[in-house]
Design a protein around this ligand. Structure first.
Ligand code: GUN
Ligand code: ZN
Length: 440
């Protein structure tokens, strides 16, 4: 057994409904077989576990592993396509790159870059938008399994309006390939299958029906897609589905909106759509960097919360600008600040919750991950600043734990993620850092 000694911050109680930050300045966490089996004041826990090997992490802050609820595997190489709205960005940047994943060897190198990018950023669980090619999806599942990353992913399917045409399939083929992939990966280790039509813009009703069949025929599978991201996209969807109430209805009338559904963006919802998402228990993946970068708009978080819609964070790489959920938290905060009275004032505790426990709950994994309670998996991120860096200065002078957390969101980046564990296994070792005493 290993005893981790650290300043531990997590959010077991939802701050949007009155929960407070749990801050233990000198905590001991005992981990056995990847699971937290004891937690308390270090002196007490050490007294109870005098023989355990101690990992001293006092030179930093230990947080739950981050949960990214929307990130695209095939887009890691096109991060940074600035200055375009969604549909043009898809045509010019994202989709030409996605077509290259037809080559499994190419897909394999991208999968390695992708999984490494997530883990280095402190993400330990992710709902991953896969590729349009089944062998490429096998690659990302295989790489995640090799590293230990918890992913839910699947074959992305479209049967109209996407270029190049190699990205298109048919409803029958979509059904068949999705079921085959689910048969290989769903429930294997930490992997789960997600039925993934790209967006109803590029899907006929027949394709969405095929998706509903996969969801039914693969028990426990998940559903993910995009909704209400960009005004031009929404207008086109309204034309394509002129008999649907709205964008959410294009999915809902096929039975695709439920507790195991995660919709990315939802920047421009109607109240009717929010009511349905709330009533069905679906989750919205809020991707603030992407919303700003592609000029999609300001996310109406307050209206989501008022309608009881679950919300968590997504990086939306490569529409988003990187894998860091610290950055997404800060961007979520900025967006709400800019919305004036319509904005939802966020503090650092909300940001941590959105980046961890809210994602775990949205993905139905709250019994395993999302905070560092006894009984949970030891999925954890150690934020440790380089000596003398501005983050280091800020942390040394923080007034209290909440202020330290705000400092981490304001100043912390991928370079400050000094160690990451999934189920107790170190999955990312820092390059060179002072103060790291792993194994000491
Ligand atoms: N809508 C459909 N495909 C995509 C995508 O790849 N990124 C984003 N941001 N929105 C989409
Ligand atoms: Zn997306």
């Amino acid at each position: 057994m290993t005893l981790y000694r650290a300043r531990v911050l997590d959010t077991p109680d939802d701050p949007f409904t009155g929960g407070e930050l749990r801050a233990d300045d000198d905590a001991g966490l005992v981990v056995r077989d990847g699971q937290i089996v004891a937690r308390g004041a270090y002196a007490q826990v050490r007294g109870d576990h005098p023989e355990d090997h101690v990992v001293d992490l006092r030179d930093g802050i230990l947080l739950p592993g981050f949960v990214d609820t929307h990130v695209h595997f095939p887009q890691v190489r096109v991060i940074g396509g600035l200055g375009m709205p969604l549909l043009r960005w898809l045509d010019e940047r994202a989709l030409p790159e996605e077509a290259r994943l037809a080559d499994p060897a190419y897909a394999r190198s991208v999968a390695a870059e992708f999984v490494r990018g997530l883990v280095e950023a402190g993400t330990t669980t992710a709902l991953v938008f896969g590729a349009h090619f089944a062998p490429a999806v096998d690659e990302v599942f295989a790489e995640a399994a090799r590293v230990g990353l918890r992913i839910t992913s699947g074959l992305v399917v479209s049967d109209r309006l996407l270029r190049p045409s190699e990205l298109l399939t048919s409803p029958d083929r979509a059904y068949e390939l999705s079921c085959e992939l689910a048969g290989r990966w769903h429930g294997v280790g930490r992997a789960r299958y997600a039925v993934t039509p790209r967006f109803s813009y590029s899907a006929t009703d027949d394709l969405l029906d095929a998706c509903a069949s996969v969801l039914k025929d693969v028990p426990g599978s998940w559903f993910t897609s995009h909704v209400n991201e960009n005004l031009a996209e929404i207008a086109r969807v309204a034309e394509l589905f002129d008999d649907a109430h709205d964008y959410v209805d294009t999915y809902d009338r096929h039975g695709l909106v439920g507790r195991r559904s995660v919709f990315a963006h939802n920047v421009h919802p109607t109240d009717r759509e929010l009511s349905i998402l709330g009533a069905e228990g679906a989750t919205v993946a809020h991707c603030p960097s992407s919303n700003a970068s592609l000029g999609s708009g300001l996310f109406p978080l307050r209206r989501h919360l008022e309608h009881g819609v679950r919300v968590a964070l997504g990086s939306d790489v490569g529409g988003g600008t990187g894998f860091s959920l610290l950055k997404e938290g800060l961007q979520a905060y900025f967006a709400q600040q800019l919305m004036g009275e319509e904005g939802m004032p966020l503090g650092p505790v909300h940001l941590l919750h959105l980046a961890t426990a809210a994602g775990a709950a949205g993905l139905g994994l709250a019994d395993q991950v999302g905070d560092l309670d006894v009984g949970k998996q030891f999925d954890a991120v150690w934020v440790s600043a380089a000596e003398g860096s501005t983050l280091d200065v800020g942390l040394r002078h923080a007034r209290d734990a909440e202020n330290a957390l705000a400092t981490v969101f304001a100043l912390g980046g991928v370079a400050d993620i000094a160690a990451v564990w999934i189920a107790g296994e170190p999955v990312h070792r820092p390059r060179q850092r002072t103060g790291l005493r792993l194994g000491a």
